[in-house]
Design a binder for this molecule. Structure first.
Ligand code: AP5
Ligand code: MG
Ligand code: ZN
Length: 217
């Protein structure tokens, strides 16, 4: 099964993708995570992407479609791919169709996380992740069970994203409205779009997504 999780910054795409990985053995393909890894490693892609990401703008379609194509060639994605933060433009949506078709694969669902933008600023500003395993947390909504210790790997080191400040979040949301939300009709026309209430608590959103994947949504 191949699905897209679609929604603005802080909608919960990464949170739900990680849950699907652990529950269903699917693989999260987050272009944001891949780009952050490239920035950290100082690769040519990372050097091009760094300033664009810090400004909250979109990295070029050619770069992201290139990294997704490479990732789809790794065998672990055969178990099912969760596209998180990709595609983000009409051009990316069209190249994803091509990338999947070339590999004899197809999209099963596009799951839109419906959210209230004002609440998202708080979600994004309060977010932090484990520096070792990447598990996601939140100052208010999802603290580690033992303060200062990652639930998953036991690490004591956490980090915050440089683009998670109120001003950059506004730019990221504007980019979503202008370039990403307009791709929904493309997928509506194919009958692939399903909606979940992204304002519900994390477990409830997971339940709604599971119902869709099990054909009951
Ligand atoms: P990316 O990394 O994709 O960031 P984003 O789309 O802005 O989304 P976020 O990761 O901020 O939010 P999320 O939906 O994953 O929320 P999360 O689950 O963490 O992209 C970053 C940048 O990279 C872009 O700005 C762009 O520059 C570049 N880029 C990436 N892909 C690109 C592409 N395809 N094309 C061009 N450029 C690209 O949740 C947020 C917080 O809320 C967490 O703390 C979580 O614990 C909490 N939370 C989650 N769900 C709930 C809930 N239901 N209730 C309460 N709290 C919740
Ligand atoms: Mg994310
Ligand atoms: Zn960890």
């Amino acid at each position: 099964m191949n699905i897209i999780l679609l929604g603005p910054p802080g909608a919960g795409k990464g949170t739900q993708a990680k849950w699907l990985e652990s529950e269903r053995g699917m693989v999260q393909l987050s272009t944001g995570d891949m780009l952050r890894a490239a920035v950290k490693a100082g690769t040519p892609t990372g050097l091009k992407a760094k300033a664009v990401m810090e400004a909250g703008e979109l990295v070029s379609d050619a770069i992201v479609s290139g990294i997704i194509g490479e990732r789809l060639d790794m065998a672990d994605t055969d178990a099912g791919a969760i596209f998180d933060g990709y595609p983000r433009t009409q051009a990316q949506a069209e190249s994803l169709d091509g990338l999947l078709a070339e590999r004899g694969r197809k999209l099963d669902y596009v799951i839109e996380l419906e959210v209230n933008e004002e609440a998202l600023v708080e979600r994004v500003e309060g977010r932090f992740t484990c520096a070792q395993c990447g598990e996601g947390y939140h100052d208010r909504f999802k603290q580690p069970r033992v303060e200062g210790t990652c639930d998953v790997c036991g690490s004591h080191e956490f980090k915050r994203r440089p683009d998670d400040n109120a001003e950059t979040v506004r730019t990221r949301m504007a980019e979503y409205r202008a370039k990403t939300a307009p791709i929904l009709p493309f997928y509506e026309a194919k009958g692939l779009v399903r909606r979940v209430d992204g304002m519900a608590d994390i477990e409830e959103v997971s339940r709604q997504i599971a119902a869709i994947l099990d054909g009951q949504g």
